[in-house]
Design a binder for this molecule. Structure first.
Ligand code: HEM
Ligand SMILES: *[C@@H]1O[C@H](CO)[C@@H](O)[C@H](O)[C@H]1NC(C)=O
Ligand SMILES: *[C@@H]1O[C@H](CO)[C@@H](O)[C@H](O)[C@H]1NC(C)=O
Length: 316
């Protein structure tokens, strides 16, 4: 009798553990939509073949989704007369892009399986496929997120890290989302691809001293001290559309574009990890892949929470 109770007790604990840790699963769509992942992959490949930068833009969409009330597709909701979403919040306005590509992917996925695959999962898979398309590492994406019926303009303003922040604030921003120092430094390597607007780095190239003067001078040509706010420069000037470890090589040479980038190599506690990644791309790849899985696990809606949107721009 005692052993029966012990057995039942163990069974209950195992079930609780399974529910707590296995909300998402890599096989979530294997029977409900077996062609979901290949559909997304081909669409991402096509979009990146058309414009390399799109891979960067899609990666960033998943990050900005996950940091605002979890990875729930909230970033994709359009504003309406009665609803203000996240698209015009300061980190996103005139900056986030790739929404049309997500619409295309969503309609292709809907045509193979109606109302099965969430917009939040499409963002997570598209981020991975974008990194792969630009030559970076691959990882297994956990799936089963559902889509929010709400969004938060205020949380987008407060929770998405700012390019003007110092190292301690960046670490706090990530730790508030359950992400470690290692995750923060590895995920920042997302800036090995893509572009930033003059307004995001003007202060750094005119007023900071921990920047290589050759970089500051060349950036100033396309980013005047006033005006030209939307002029673009690559986050990684060496290899702007290849997912490699040049972001970290640049930091070691004081060639980070954003104030927040150079904070990772400025005599502080992040320096040694940056140095490691600058010479060991395999280590960066494996830490980045692990950190992307961790970021993708931020507060997903699962079970019967939320919904599966039919159009990523609006609730059903
Ligand atoms: C560490 C804190 C971070 C800060 C302060 C930050 C800030 C920024 C800023 C200011 C831009 C340029 C926006 C513009 O000027 O329009 C940018 C672009 C970008 N960010 Fe971050 N970011 C951070 C972390 C991340 C992470 C974790 C990822 C992904 C793993 C990421 C991926 C990107 C990409 C790919 C772009 C270029 C997008 C494009 O070209 O469309 N960032 N980020
Ligand atoms: C977003 O950008 C547009 C165009 O520059 C601007 O008119 C609008 O005021 C901005 N929205 C917010 C909320 O800042
Ligand atoms: C540089 O810093 C000064 C003093 O804080 C400020 O007035 C000026 O606007 C800054 N220049 C740029 C281009 O950001």
């Amino acid at each position: 009798m005692a052993s029966l109770y012990a057995f039942l007790y163990t069974l209950v604990l195992v079930c609780i553990a399974a529910v707590a840790s296995a909300q998402l699963s890599s096989t979530f769509y294997d029977t409900s939509c077996p062609h979901a992942l290949s559909t997304i992959k081909y669409a991402v490949r096509a979009a990146v073949a058309k414009e390399r930068r799109m891979g960067a833009s899609l990666l960033r969409l998943h990050f900005h989704d996950c940091f605002v009330n979890g990875c729930d597709g909230s970033v994709l909701l359009d504003d309406t007369a009665t609803f203000t979403g996240e698209k015009t919040a300061a980190p996103n306005n005139n900056s986030l892009r790739g929404f049309d590509v997500i619409d295309t992917i969503k309609s292709q996925v809907e045509s193979v399986c109606k109302q099965v695959v969430s917009c939040a999962d499409i963002l997570a898979v598209a981020a991975r496929d974008s990194v792969v398309a630009l030559g970076g590492p691959s990882w297994t994406v956990q799936l089963g997120r559902r889509d929010a019926t709400t969004a938060s303009f205020d949380s987008a303003n407060s929770d998405i890290p700012k390019p003007t922040s110092d190292l301690s604030t960046l670490l706090t921003d990530f730790s508030n989302k359950g992400l470690s120092t290692t995750d923060m430094i590895a995920l920042s390597g997302g800036h090995t691809i893509g572009q930033a607007r003059c307004t995001s780095f003007r202060d750094r190239i005119y007023n900071e001293t921990n920047i290589a003067s050759s970089l500051a001078t060349s950036l100033q040509a396309n980013c005047p001290s006033s005006g030209g706010d939307d002029n673009l420069s690559p986050l990684d000037a060496s290899t702007p559309s290849t997912f490699d470890n040049y972001y970290y090589k640049n930091l070691v040479n004081k060639k980070g574009l954003l104030h927040s980038d150079q904070q990772l190599y400025n005599g502080g506690s992040a320096d040694s990890q940056v140095t490691t990644y600058s010479t060991n791309m395999a280590q960066f790849y494996s830490d980045f892949a692990a950190a992307m899985v961790n970021m993708g696990n931020i507060s997903p809606l699962t079970g019967s929470s939320g919904e599966i949107r039919t159009n990523c721009r609006k609730t059903n």
